[in-house]
Design a protein around this ligand. Structure first.
Ligand SMILES: Nc1ncnc2c1ncn2[C@@H]1O[C@H](COP(=O)(O)OP(=O)(O)O)[C@@H](O)[C@H]1O
Ligand SMILES: [Mg+2]
Ligand SMILES: [Zn+2]
Length: 331
């Protein structure tokens, strides 16, 4: 079992349990407020349980029977009151999603089916997110799509340059676990293969085992916003789980930075994400169409200093491959 995915599933289960406890508390408050007699009954039933325990210790069988009868009467009265006021009989019997394990995920030290199911779902989501990336792999990366005529300014052809970029990405993916791998910043105009190459890295690293999350910057920041602004509930918890995943995965691919909306909030969320991952020693690959100047304008000095200090810059050059492929009838 993948430890990261299991941790995610357990976290999710913990959220479910927390919610169940809250719901249970809220229901008790609701019922007690409207029908105070139920609270009195609950108190008397609890007291009887204590007396029954004492009676069991001293072996008084007749006393036990009397207590049991009284307790049953009180419970019947309580059930009557609930139904009379329009609640289901079991309204106060716990709001567990899975009564078997009371949402702890374990029954007598063994993993409960409900937790196993969450784990399977986490795994399926992980895979589908990667498969969504399509068929990009290092093997299908075509250097022939980059011009081999030397660039007049640098004297280096886009093809030669991209060969180097390809080599760095390839090594990065193959040695992801081994070496002190840096974070990467893939920069260049649209259609130059940034998403393609980051997908190749994602696929290869995931194949080796580490957890990889691929998301567009817009989707990532959207999740941060939902986590922050959504009211408590399912939507909030889902966003929180997504944010945790993006903060905690071994490799995060943040695609298309610069297409997200910039607000005070997203700036601070982006810093939290980039800095938090750096501090934890987790790797991030960012791709962007923005020039250095555009980034400077858009992001805070704190963000820029992290990117400049801790990311290896890989400039992508050439002409838009989407257009090239169309011209050559490759698409
Ligand atoms: N080296 C390459 N070999 C084959 N196809 C490529 C290559 N680079 C890009 N493409 C294709 O060109 C299109 C644009 O590439 P993409 O990676 O999305 O560009 P970017 O993310 O830089 O805007 C995609 O359809 C992609 O599959
Ligand atoms: Mg792209
Ligand atoms: Zn369970």
């Amino acid at each position: 079992m993948d430890g990261k995915l299991l941790a995610m599933a357990r976290q999710e289960k913990e959220d479910i349990r927390r919610r169940a406890v809250q719901t249970d508390r809220r229901r008790h408050e609701e019922v007690y407020a409207r029908v105070p007699e139920v609270r009195q009954l609950d108190r008397r039933i609890a007291a009887l349980v204590g007396q029954a325990a004492a009676a069991a210790m001293s072996g008084g069988n007749g006393q036990m029977d009397a207590l049991r009868r009284e307790s049953l009467e009180l419970q019947a009265r309580r059930a009557e009151l609930l139904v009379e006021h329009g609640w289901p009989v079991e309204y106060l019997d716990g709001a567990w999603d899975c009564p078997k394990c009371r949402d702890t995920g374990y029954v007598q030290g063994r993993m409960c089916a409900c937790l196993k199911k969450l784990y399977d779902q986490a795994q399926a989501k992980d895979l589908s997110a990667l498969l969504k990336l399509g068929s990009e792999s290092f093997g299908t990366f075509d250097l022939g799509l980059y011009d081999d005529r030397p660039d007049p300014a640098s004297g280096v052809s886009p093809r030669t340059h991209m060969e180097t970029v390809f080599g760095i990405c390839y090594d990065y993916a193959l040695n992801f676990r081994g070496r002190e791998s840096k974070n990467l910043l893939l920069r260049g105009g649209p259609g130059l293969g940034k998403t393609f190459l980051s997908a190749c890295i994602a696929r290869e690293v995931a194949r080796q085992g580490p957890s990889v999350v691929y998301e567009t910057a817009a989707a990532v920041l959207d999740a941060f916003e939902r986590e922050h602004f959504a009211r408590e509930g399912d939507a909030h918890d889902r966003a929180a789980a997504q944010v945790r995943r993006m903060m905690e995965c071994d490799l995060l691919i943040l695609d298309d930075l610069g297409t997200e909306m910039v607000t005070e909030f997203t700036r601070s969320a982006l810093y939290t994400l980039i800095n938090g991952r750096l501090t934890a020693g987790r790797k991030t690959i960012i791709s962007t169409n923005l020039t250095a100047a555009q980034m400077q304008e858009r992001y805070t000095p704190q963000i820029m200093s992290r990117l400049e200090g801790e990311y290896q810059l890989l400039p992508f050059v050439g002409s838009d491959i989407r257009i090239l492929k169309k011209e050559r009838g490759l698409d």
